[in-house]
Design a protein around this ligand. Sequence first.
Ligand code: NAI
Length: 396
Amino acid sequence: MIVVPKIRGFICTTAHPAGCAQHVAEQIAVVKNRGPVTHGPKKVLVIGASTGYGLASRIAAAFGSNAATIGVFFERPGEDGRTATAGWYNTAAFEKEAAAAGLYARSLNGDAFSDDMKAQVIAAIKEDLGQVDAVIYSLASPRRTHPKTGDIFKSVLKPVGEVFTNKNLNTTTGVVNEISIEPAQGDDVAQTIAVMGGEDWEMWIEALQSAGALAPGVQTVAYSYIGPEVTWPIYKNGTIGRAKEDLERVQRALDVRLAPLQGKAWVSVNKALVTQASSAIPVVPLYISLLYKVMKAKGTHEDCIEQMDRLFRDRLYNGQPQPDEAGRIRLDDWEMDPSVQQVVAQRWQDVTTENFGELGDFDGYQSSFLRLFGFGLSGVDYTADTTPEVAIPSIP
Ligand code: NAI
């Protein structure tokens, strides 16, 4: 079949296997070009390993530190006439490249929130690696089935307290309009915390530690976002921000729990980037488009792979994590640079549909979005007949 993008709002329902493979290859090249990370992790578990920040973490660990990796994710394989999800193709390509480089890689596809998946991962660690010395927690999900109660929680992206009205981008048409978002109601905050907060991260670490699957000196990291004031009502002070606060609560609890192993838990605050998760957040795509333009002009723009390479190379494994006053790692330092934020804030005031082409990086936004699904990569023949079924070597 000929695979073309089919975009529905903020998702693309198709993915290109060769394009996803090229996207993975480009990320590997970024890490390799920077040379080895001398004291990097050796045996790494990545939860949410197939796209975005989790995939980039897996690539940075494998190709920067020669780490063996176990990746967990929730993706759909291809079948007759229907492509797989991008994360499936990404992982197939990652495993192929890892094997060619002599690196161990094993992947498990299923619900990371479940007890069953935790047990499968622990069995895989015991069988193949003994223990892991790093656990990356990079899930982004709209829902979670609680493993103990069976309750189904749904996360929402809403302000807390009052209606939030601000500028918004239609990412298909480039129209800049206004959006009003109703505040959280009922138990929206609690539901969002149950999905995107820290409870599951804590459950993972507890399960791994009880099984003796964590090596002495283990480090675990979960990802968060803060951003500029213009996005605070929908992000930092919204329902998702409450969940991220909960992540910090768990980080402190895990520090205590891991102390006997001389281990350490971190929350890393990352840069706003186009991913499948972030494209669903209102207001944020307009901010990202303005931000990309300014950071590209300044020469400080990074994508997921540069961010995650910097996390391992310059923060976690060189003895200089540079935590902020709340103990968080700040990979959003270049994003939050006042000279960047001043320009973005001014352009936020000024931006309209008419001048958006000049003030924002709409091409950059759209091409980043398409690349997530393997479209628009150089060297890929998009006219070639393509088979949607691609195997992930470690998945039977
Ligand atoms: P993403 O959508 O690219 O990746 C999500 C990952 O979670 C995928 O591997 C997916 O398969 C996996 N997943 C989802 N539900 C699952 C389940 N039930 N079981 C197993 N795996 C499941 O998202 P992204 O953007 O990389 O987000 C990762 C983390 O980074 C999130 O905590 C997000 O809040 C955070 N973050 C994202 C930023 C951004 O701008 N994209 C900025 C700062 C932090």
